[in-house]
Design a protein around this ligand. Structure first.
Ligand code: B16
Ligand code: MG
Length: 223
């Protein structure tokens, strides 16, 4: 049996993924009078705040000083936090509370492996903090997703090997991170974004434990 479940947050547990890009759009409008194209969203999904800002500035072909870079990152976070001000358990994505409770009842340990520094706040506000045995602090991770570091740290925080775990992701960068860590990957979303995952569900409402356990066992038996 699999022993650990490692979760991404935005777009997997909480309905917050689009709020990040909405915040970046607002920031770009306000500071540079520029709009951002839809396809930039995928490049910022699962990616740290500073890596996201670097990708956006590169697209805009704007160079800024380090001080200005930090100010823009901070301003984006203030915009994002404003969007989060009414966050509640109603913002948990469909089916996820039941799925997390099922894992807990089955004795499967859970860790959060989100690139977001707002992770603990979001877990608190959605009432899910108690379900998690560990929350990785992304500021302590050297290389963000797509590097394997954050998922390796999440498995280690549970005292498990990567092979004993399954990871849940909604972003290309996150699936790449899981693969590089040697962790069975479950993608939530469309083929374009998470088609490389070992198992894919179109949306969180479709996730079920039996399929996840079956794919994990199959991969372990063939390894
Ligand atoms: P913050 P995840 C990621 O969360 C988001 O997908 C990404 O868009 C965001 O830039 C990153 O968190 C950092 O978030 O600015 O709140 O620290 O998908 O890894 O849960
Ligand atoms: Mg995500």
């Amino acid at each position: 049996m699999m022993k650990g479940a490692l979760f991404d947050l935005d777009g997997v547990i909480a309905d917050t993924a689009s709020l990040h890009f909405k915040s970046w759009r607002k920031l770009a409008e306000k500071n540079f009078g520029r709009s951002l194209p839809d396809d930039l969203e995928q490049r910022t999904k699962g990616v740290s705040r500073s890596d996201s800002l670097a990708a956006i500035l590169e697209y805009l072909e704007i160079k800024v000083s380090e001080t200005e870079f930090n100010r823009l990152a901070e301003e984006k976070n203030l915009i994002y936090r404003d969007f989060l001000k009414d966050l509640s358990p109603d913002d948990i994505l469909p089916g996820m509370r039941d799925f997390i409770e099922e894992l807990k009842n089955r004795g499967i340990m859970m860790a959060l492996a989100s690139a977001s520094q707002n992770g603990p706040f979001i877990l608190e506000r959605t009432g899910l903090s108690d379900c998690f045995n560990a929350v990785v602090d992304p500021s302590k991770i050297k290389a963000g997703k797509p590097a394997p570091d954050i998922y390796l740290a999440a498995a280690a925080a549970l005292g498990l090997s990567p092979r004993e775990c399954v990871g849940f992701e909604d972003a290309v960068s996150g699936i790449q991170s899981l693969k590089a860590a040697g962790i069975v990957s479950v993608g939530i979303g469309n083929e374009n974004e998470v088609g490389q995952a070992d198992l894919r569900f179109a949306s969180t409402g479709d996730i079920n434990y039996d399929d996840v356990e079956e794919v994990w066992s199959e991969i372990m038996n063939n390894a």
